[in-house]
Design a protein around this ligand. Structure first.
Ligand SMILES: [Zn+2]
Length: 413
């Protein structure tokens, strides 16, 4: 995400001259220098009603020699204990025959796949070899589009199976149901309304490919934050009903990861200057609280020095009913209304370093901490459609541990 890059300063000045423009298209992908294809008043289709979580899939581990928690799970088949949060499938490559895309790392290689939220639903003796079993599992595969999709099974000798903490779950000779073509995400074409191309730019014509970051502009021309990456081809260009030489440009595709429709309101708040008081995120659901923090990232106080070590911050814990609420609340505790201080555990850890508003160590007074104590409890977290983020819940104790590692004194009130 290029938000906050030096180039954006000059871009902001350009757009301030274009009154009413809310969105800036910034091409930071196809050329060496950031280019602005143009600005527009609105983007029809930018905010969407997200698809529901798909039903779970069925996978089979063939010729399996289960161990550890997987062995335990299949002994408890038919009960809720036949469940595992995660099974990593680590391919065992044939000697000297690693695929070109394969890169080794500490615990496996980049060909690894991960099954999540897995229930063992059936087992039978394997035809592969006496003593081995075939297991049927119901669950999901963690798809990370930026790493490509698991469509073709690598040519391997088998798979090692591992849990989240790299505990051994055994091995298997083959898998089915994992490597296959899955239905593509629905195409949600967008139309750029009231588009004004910025010079110099080849004429916007049908068939032209546009790849650009969509950046929200505030009323005063400042940058509010990123709204995703647009990658699509121009289908039609016509004069905009907004007049003034502006264009409406229909595209054959849209934002790679579209924003949930409720996010429009949050962008509107930033367009109007940003949240002026704390806890305005509290009325939103989990998903939108996450998007709130995503937009707050762009508003971290660029270039401003951290407040000095030893400062006392007050976290208003009244609305910390989920982990995304905590990230909103800590952001505002440190950096004021609409502030950011991490939106996941590793980002929080980064922010506790330096450069995000608060030099450490500091003191954090956590008011109404009983709310977090009731809600940030052990369990498995399925945050809506964000399948990629499913995993063991972040507990209050995990947060306190991170603070403690950074010598932050937390007073729970
Ligand atoms: Zn590999």
């Amino acid at each position: 995400m290029p938000i906050g890059s030096p180039a954006l300063g000059s871009v902001a000045m350009t757009t301030s001259a274009l009154s009413g423009a809310r969105w800036l298209l910034l091409d930071d992908y196809t050329s060496e220098v950031d280019v602005t294809p143009g600005v527009c008043h609105d983007i029809d289709g930018l905010f969407v009603d997200l698809e529901p979580v798909p039903p779970p899939e069925i996978f089979s581990l063939l010729g399996c020699d289960p161990a550890g928690p997987l062995l335990k799970a299949l002994r408890h088949m038919g009960t809720e204990r036949a469940w595992l949060p995660s099974i990593a499938l680590v391919p065992v490559h044939r000697p000297q025959q690693r695929p070109a895309r394969c890169r080794q790392h500490e615990h496996g290689c980049t060909c690894d796949e991960e099954l999540i939220d897995v229930t063992v639903v059936d087992q039978r003796p394997s035809a592969a070899r006496a003593g081995l079993v075939d297991l049927d599992l119901r669950g999901y595969i963690r798809l990370l589009p930026e790493w490509g999709f698991p469509e073709e099974k690598p040519d391997v000798m088998g798979f090692r199976l591992a849990a989240l903490n790299n505990e051994k779950l055994g091995e298997c000779l083959d898998v089915t149901g994992v490597f296959r073509k899955r239905p593509a995400a629905p195409v949600r074409p967008v139309t750029l309304i009231g588009f004004r191309p910025e010079a110099p730019l080849p004429e916007v014509v049908e068939g032209r490919r546009i790849t650009a970051s969509v950046v929200a502009v505030q009323r005063d021309g400042r940058i509010a934050g990123g709204a995703g990456v647009l990658s699509a081809t121009v289908v039609s260009v016509c004069p905009s009903r907004l007049g003034d030489g502006l264009l409406d440009i229909a595209l054959d595709g849209g934002i790679e990861e579209p924003l949930p429709s409720g996010t429009r309101e949050i962008f509107q708040m930033w367009y109007d200057g940003g949240p002026a008081e704390p806890n305005l995120w509290a009325c939103y659901d989990r998903l939108l609280r996450h998007e709130w923090s995503g937009l707050a990232i762009s508003h971290r106080l660029q270039g401003l020095p951290d407040k000095p070590a030893g400062t006392t911050y007050h976290l208003d814990g009244r609305f910390v009913t989920d982990i995304d609420a905590f990230y909103c609340a800590i952001g505002e505790a440190i950096n004021g209304p609409g502030g950011y201080f991490g939106w996941n555990l590793s980002a929080l850890d980064d922010c506790l370093g330096h450069g995000w508003g608060a030099a450490g160590p500091f003191r954090l007074v956590w008011h109404h901490s009983d709310v977090a104590r009731r809600h940030l409890t052990p369990g498995y977290d399925r945050p809506g459609h964000r399948l990629r983020d499913w995993g063991p819940s972040v507990e209050l104790n995990d947060l306190l541990e991170i603070f403690s590692e950074h010598d932050i004194e937390v007073e729970l009130r």
